[in-house]
Write a protein that binds this ligand. Structure first.
Ligand SMILES: Cc1cc2nc3c(=O)[nH]c(=O)nc-3n(C[C@H](O)[C@H](O)[C@H](O)COP(=O)(O)O)c2cc1C
Length: 253
């Protein structure tokens, strides 16, 4: 299957781009990307922290919030009153390098993040599921990419307005995000929100998707993302959890 060779090619490209990105184009005094990211998160979190305590009505509103496809917590805020959503696409079944799995690689990362920062979760799932067979799934995904398809997704996030920070997770498919992630981005107004991408892959890294999200959602503040190899997420859980924690620490969570 052609896509098995893609990671090597794409990762070389990504590496070349990364090297290019490190070229000294900024003045020495410019803040690093990490510093900018941390500041953006802190600004949002501080805004949340300075909000008045929840009223009974707020609590009632919180109870009403439900996710049609996956509600991992009943309360949309964590103990500090921060409104954070982890939205992710992830597919179980047969996949490259990991065999047949019960839980998708990206979902593993999504669950670490949600539990670490006390966020709600929303699993982006298509109405028509992807084939369980890896090769068949590659064929469907390739066609969707070529067609710029926007596959219908199940349910949705009710009350998206309440979230200031959205972690957006996905696997790399054919060097891009699964088209369902674009459907998700089309479905809500992300203006003013901080979007923090994360992804799994088998060699392509972020594959330019963080800047793709930035272009797609020009009114959101899109931070630099985190890329984890899918096999590592699936099979080396404590290493992965530590990497996620370190990354979140660096962002000020
Ligand atoms: C349809 C399809 C296309 C893929 N294309 C790429 C790719 O271009 N680059 C890459 O590094 N990995 C690619 N992969 C591997 C996935 O990115 C990787 O297995 C990921 O961890 C899957 O995440 P999930 O289990 O959360 O769905 C592809 C996998 C599938 C199923």
């Amino acid at each position: 299957m052609f896509v098995k060779h893609i990671p090597v090619v794409v990762s070389s490209l990504v590496m070349a781009l990364a090297v290019a990105a490190c070229a000294p184009s900024e003045p020495a005094s410019a803040p690093s990307v990490a510093e900018i990211d941390k500041a953006a998160v802190e600004e949002k979190l501080n805004r949340q922290d300075s909000r008045p305590n929840e009223t009974e009505a707020d609590n009632k509103r919180s109870e009403d919030i439900a996710f049609s496809t996956q509600a991992e917590t009943d309360d949309p805020t964590d103990s500090d009153g921060r409104n954070i959503l982890v939205a992710y696409f992830s597919r179980a079944d047969e996949n490259y390098n990991v065999g047949t799995i019960d839980k998708g690689n990206t979902q593993i990362i999504a669950e670490y993040i949600a539990s670490e920062v006390g966020a709600d979760s929303y699993h982006i799932e298509t109405v028509n599921p992807y084939p369980a067979n890896y090769d068949d799934c590659c064929d469907v995904a390739k066609k969707e990419l070529a067609d710029k398809a926007r596959p219908e997704i199940q349910g949705g996030v009710e009350n998206m307005e309440q979230y200031d920070i959205v972690f957006l997770g996905y696997p790399i498919w054919w060097g891009d995000m699964p088209m369902a992630v674009y459907t998700f981005m089309d479905s809500y107004d992300f203006s003013g929100k901080v979007i923090i991408p994360f992804n799994t892959h088998e060699g392509s890294g972020g594959s330019g998707t963080y800047s793709a999200i930035e272009s797609y959602l020009p009114d959101a503040q899109v931070l630099d993302g985190m890329a984890v190899q899918g096999k590592t997420a699936q099979e080396f859980s404590s290493d992965t959890q530590q990497s996620v924690c370190d990354w979140l620490d660096g962002l000020g969570f």
